[in-house]
Ligand binder design. Structure first.
Ligand code: DX5
Ligand code: ZN
Length: 218
C-alpha cells in the first residue's frame, strides 16, 4: 500500500471540512493531524477536540502524530476522538514497549517517530511490535520547512531492516515532502507520505493531491 496523508496543519482552519473534501477528491488515503504542546516542540496546535471534528468531516482513517510530553496520558483521548493511527516520539518515550501496547490495546495502529538525528538502529528492538515507523524529514514543530536530504538513506536503511527481519511495518515520512522528492522516497521504500504545505498551500488543492498520488502509484 502506498498512501498519501495530507497534514491539516497547513489547511485553512476556517473551512476545515471543505479543505478535507478537496484532498478526498484528489484520492487522499489518510488525514494527518499534528499535535504539538509547546514543550516537546516549540509550537502549539490542537488536541482531541479537533481530531473529533476531523472525524465528523471524513470517513478516511486519521493519523495522529503526537509531538507532546508524556503521550501515555493522552492516547486514550485521541483514540476516543477517532484516531486510527497514533505515533509517539522515540526521543520522548522512556518505556516505549509499554506505550506501544497501550496504543494497540485501544484498537489503534501504533507507530514510533524518529527525529532527523535519532539513529534508525535505535528502533531495532521495537520494530517487531509496531505497525509503522514515522521518519521525520524536518525537525518537528512547523510546516513548510526544507526537506533534509539524508532522509532517503535513512529510509533505505529501515527498508533493509524490514526485509532482513522479515517484518512488514509501514514506513512513513513527514516534512518537506513535495512533487520533487516523493518519487525517490517511494523508491527508497517509503509507504506513507505526509504532505502539508505542498498540498494545502497549492492554488489547486485537489490537483496537488492528484499529482503527488500519481508519483507514488506504481
Ligand atoms: C512538522 C509536522 C508535519 C507538517 C509537515 O512538525 O509533523 O506533519 O505538517 O508540513 P510540510 O509538509 O509543510 O513540511
Ligand atoms: Zn506530522
Amino acid at each position: 500500500m502506498k498512501a498519501l496523508a495530507p497534514s491539516i496543519l497547513s489547511a485553512d482552519m476556517t473551512h476545515l471540512a471543505q479543505q478535507i473534501r478537496l484532498v478526498e477528491m484528489g484520492g487522499s488515503d489518510l488525514i494527518h493531524c499534528d499535535i504539538m504542546d509547546g514543550h516537546f516542540v516549540p509550537n502549539i496546535t490542537f488536541g482531541p477536540m479537533m481530531v473529533e471534528a476531523v472525524r465528523r468531516s471524513t470517513k478516511l482513517p486519521i493519523d495522529v502524530h503526537l509531538m507532546i510530553n508524556d503521550p501515555d496520558k493522552y492516547v486514550a483521548a485521541f483514540a476516543e476522538a477517532g484516531a486510527n493511527y497514533i505515533s509517539v516520539h522515540r526521543e520522548e518515550v522512556v518505556h516505549l514497549n509499554r506505550t506501544i501496547n497501550l496504543i494497540k490495546d485501544l484498537g489503534v495502529k501504533a507507530g514510533v517517530v524518529i527525529n532527523p538525528a535519532t539513529p534508525v538502529t535505535s528502533l531495532e528492538d521495537i520494530l517487531e511490535y509496531i505497525d509503522f515507523v514515522l521518519v521525520m524529514s524536518v525537525n518537528p514543530g512547523f510546516g513548510g520547512q526544507k526537506f533534509i536530504p539524508n532522509t532517503i538513506r535513512r529510509i533505505k536503511q529501515l527498508d533493509e531492516m524490514r526485509s532482513s527481519h522479515e517484518l512488514n511495518f509501514d514506513i512513513e515520512v513527514d516534512g518537506g515532502v513535495d512533487s520533487t522528492n516523493i518519487r525517490e522516497l517511494s523508491e527508497a521504500g517509503c509507504n506513507i507520505f505526509v504532505a502539508g504545505s505542498s498540498v494545502f498551500g497549492a492554488d489547486n488543492i485537489t490537483a496537488a493531491t492528484i499529482e503527488l498520488k500519481n508519483k507514488i502509484s506504481p
